[in-house]
Design a binder for this molecule. Structure first.
Ligand SMILES: Cc1cc2nc3c(=O)[nH]c(=O)nc-3n(C[C@H](O)[C@H](O)[C@H](O)COP(=O)(O)OP(=O)(O)OC[C@H]3O[C@@H](n4cnc5c(N)ncnc54)[C@H](O)[C@@H]3O)c2cc1C
Length: 506
């Protein structure tokens, strides 16, 4: 039935590439049009003066999701990249106490918790045991669920855990954690994963405690050598193997609609016909800029009530000499934890004392920096709005670098920097047509989580679909790979809630 049926995909981000490969395997003739000069979207690479940086994602989480995806093509992640488990998993620096190193070994981590707060080791066992259950239920019944049949979530296992699930959904993550752990340092370790979801722990469901299961129990991995861009290359490659055609530097200006169904797209002013259109581009941009008013499922007034995830200040630093004070992943937390989140999500101010993330991939990967040097990536979450003036920006950047140096005890960090690239919120708008300068997309607040996120299918235009972080299940590379599988289910009329096992010819 799909013989000669053509699908065009707007955008070569993780979700776009994963859907392209799946639909090509299902028998469609698939072409991807990407405005930038290469694949990856937010998961891109920056190479300069012998240094290599992942530009966006740097935590490889939910490793089974990637494994299951490649299995659909009779492949394994091993066919594309090697995974190295990180020991330690990460190090946390505080501006009010000594650092804590989270090991790649659970027994050791329990002892570390216990040494900070008596009784917290046992609490951690219980916390993670529930996190594991939530994660396993989420994978089985929710994350891959196209929600085309409400009945799909009503099964014995879910009903048995329904009251627990419900209470996890309606309480916020901070409240849930602070009842169990009194130490701010431990609360911060368990709450920071909400930032991966573009959310504040004070305004995201405690169900997302399942994220801690991933870093404490499953482990933290790194695609070595090469980093997260190896994942981009693998998603691109598996698509090419299925016959997907990619067109780069191809800016899509319009989605064509005739008699209520998609007819194709306009690329750099030229019409391209297709039977199905899938947009992996920012959903606000797709709906409000590529479609005429009458065809918008999510018009401007929908977005006025929605909350964006944070934007960010990104620093890519090449540093002379070694930085053994840092591990591969490093988190820098401020004592003004709640104030920091309020500045970002409520006041819309650049935080004075900002929590930050610093990756030092050169700790694990010798290919990312010249010998004896280090490649650092610094991410400072910021409000989703335009940047501050240039003269203040320079001061802000200097201050962030000083804070890293002071908290980690690094001498002369500023003087040892041989390469410095700075990206501000404007980058996300220019590069990806991002709604309100957000780095991540629609935040995972209560009303913007699970089935409450935008759907993958247009309600107004037949054969128009969406995929990626702006839709279900949400933000993060593995989530976008899942999103592509949910999209396939919708196109294939498969309403099952569980992970996709096979791609059949449609
Ligand atoms: C700084 C940062 C850190 C992150 N850290 C992590 C992490 O550690 N782990 C993790 O799993 N996730 C992380 N994420 C989130 C993750 O990167 C994203 O959720 C995911 O990559 C988004 O993929 P996507 O499929 O939504 O597409 P995107 O990456 O958003 O790509 C969409 C593509 O559409 C293209 N496009 C837009 N408009 C047009 C048009 N008109 N015509 C043609 N093409 C167009 C864009 O150029 C882009 O390439 C991070 C993100 C950022 C920014």
């Amino acid at each position: 039935m799909t013989k000669n049926k053509k699908v065009v995909i707007i955008g070569a981000g993780a979700g776009g590439m994963a859907s392209a490969a799946i639909l090509a395997k299902a028998g469609y003739d698939v072409e991807v049009y990407e405005k930038n000069s290469g694949p990856g979207g937010r998961m891109d690479v920056l190479k300069k003066d012998g240094f290599t940086f992942d530009t966006g994602p740097s935590w490889y989480l939910m490793k089974d999701v990637f494994e299951d995806f490649f299995k659909l093509f009779g492949k394994s992640t091993k066919d594309y990249y090697k995974l190295t488990r990180l020991h330690p998993a990460y190090k946390v620096f505080y501006d009010y106490r000594d650092s804590i190193t989270i090991e790649g070994n659970y027994k050791k981590n329990k002892k570390i918790f216990e040494s900070i707060e008596s009784g917290s080791g046992k609490e951690l066992d219980e916390y993670l045991s529930l996190a594991q259950k939530s994660y396993s239920l989420a994978l089985k019944y929710f994350l891959y669920n196209p929600y085309t049949r409400v009945i799909s979530v009503f099964n014995k296992e879910v009903i048995k855990s329904a009251s627990k699930f419900f209470s996890l959904f309606v309480s916020n993550l901070h409240r849930y954690i602070s009842i169990r752990f009194k130490s701010l340092a431990l609360q911060q370790i368990l709450e920071y994963p909400s930032v991966f979801l573009g959310a504040s722990p004070f305004n995201t469901p405690s169900l997302y405690q399942l994220m801690s299961y991933l870093d404490f129990k499953e482990g933290v991995f790194y695609p070595s050598e090469g980093g997260m861009y190896e994942v981009t290359k693998s998603l691109y490659q598996v698509g090419l193997e299925q016959g997907v055609k990619y067109h780069f530097s191809s800016d899509v200006n319009k989605i064509l609609v005739e008699d209520g169904r998609t007819k194709g797209i306009v690329v750099n002013g030229k019409e391209i016909c297709s039977d199905i259109v899938i947009s992996n581009a920012d959903l606000h941009f797709t709906e409000t800029k590529l479609l005429e008013d009458e065809y918008q499922t999510y018009p401007e007034k929908y977005w006025q009530k929605k909350k964006p995830g944070p934007s960010g200040l990104l620093l890519y630093l090449g540093v002379k000499g070694k930085l053994l004070e840092l591990e591969h992943h490093n988190l820098f937390f401020t004592e003004k934890w709640q104030e920091n989140f309020n500045d970002i999500y409520k006041a819309g101010k650049w935080p004075k004392s900002a929590s930050m993330y610093v990756s030092r991939t050169s700790a694990t990967d010798k290919t990312v920096s010249p010998k004896g040097n280090e490649a650092l990536f610094v991410l400072v979450p910021l409000p989703a709005k335009e940047s501050i003036p240039n003269k203040d920006l320079e001061k802000y950047v200097d201050n962030c670098i000083d804070n890293i140096a002071n908290q980690a005890g690094i001498k002369d960090l500023k003087d040892r920097i041989v390469l410095k690239e700075v990206r501000t919120p404007e980058f996300f708008k220019e590069q990806f047509n991002s709604w309100q300068y957000t780095a991540l997309g629609l935040s995972h607040t209560f009303k913007q989580s699970a089935f409450l996120r935008p759907k993958l299918k247009s309600k107004k235009v037949k054969n128009l679909y969406y995929v990626g972080a702006g839709t279900q299940p949400g933000i993060g590379v593995p989530m976008c790979v899942i999103s592509a599988q949910v999209l396939y289910k919708i196109i294939a009329n498969d309403s099952s809630p569980s992970p996709l096992k096979k791609i059949r010819e449609l």
